[in-house]
Design a protein around this ligand. Sequence first.
Ligand SMILES: Cc1cc2nc3c(=O)[nH]c(=O)nc-3n(C[C@H](O)[C@H](O)[C@H](O)COP(=O)(O)O)c2cc1C
Length: 199
Amino acid sequence: MSRVLIIESSARQQDSVSRQLTQSFIQQWQVAHPGDSIMVRDLARHPVPHLDANLLGGWMKPAEQRSAAEQQSLERSNELTEELLAADVLVLAAPMYNFAIPSTLKAWLDHVLRAGVTFKYTDTGPQGLLTGKRAYVLTARGGIYAGSSADHQEPYLRQVMGFIGIHDVEFIHAEGLNLGGDFHEKGLNQANAKLAQVA
Ligand SMILES: Cc1cc2nc3c(=O)[nH]c(=O)nc-3n(C[C@H](O)[C@H](O)[C@H](O)COP(=O)(O)O)c2cc1C
C-alpha cells in the first residue's frame, strides 16, 4: 500500500481546473491502486505562513532557547515535513500565477526544504534525502508556456524536487485555458488524456 499526498494550491475552490485535475487523478488512482491512502492538504483553505524569523529560529535554536512562537513554527514545519516524508507519491496541483507557482505553494516548499531532514550538505555537494518517491505536478495555465523561457513552474519545481531527492517527476499541463475559442476544451482534454496514462 502506498501513501499519496496531494497539495492543492489554487486560490479558487469553484471552477478551478487544477482542482478538477486532482479530482480526476484521485478517481483514476483509486481504481488502479485501491489499497492506497490519499491525503489532501489544501493550501488555499489552510495557508501556511511565509518563512519568517520564528521559523528560522525554530529550526536553528536549541529547544531551551526557543520562544513559544519559534516552537510553534517548528512544530508546523515538522508536521508538514513528516507528511511529505511519509508519502510515497506526491501530487502538486499548481495554477500558473504570474508565470510561476502560487505563493502558498512556495510557502509550503519553504517549510519542507530542510537541511538535515529532506536534504543534506556533503563534501561533494547537496544530497536529497527523499529517495524512492515519485511526484506528479498538475498545472493549469491561462496561456501556453510549456517548454518556453516564460515557464517558471516546471524548471523551478524540477530543481526543487531534485534537490530533495525526488527525480521521478511527471508534469501534466492544462494550457491555453483562457485563450478563448476551443482552447480551453483542448487544453483540458490533452491534460486529461495524459492523466489517464499516468494515473
Ligand atoms: C492572479 C493570476 C495570475 C495569473 N497569471 C497567469 C500567468 O502568468 N500565465 C498564465 O498562463 N495564466 C495565468 N493566470 C491564469 C491561470 O493560470 C488560469 O486561470 C488557471 O486556470 C488557474 O488555475 P485554477 O483553474 O486551478 O484556479 C493567472 C490567473 C490569476 C488569477
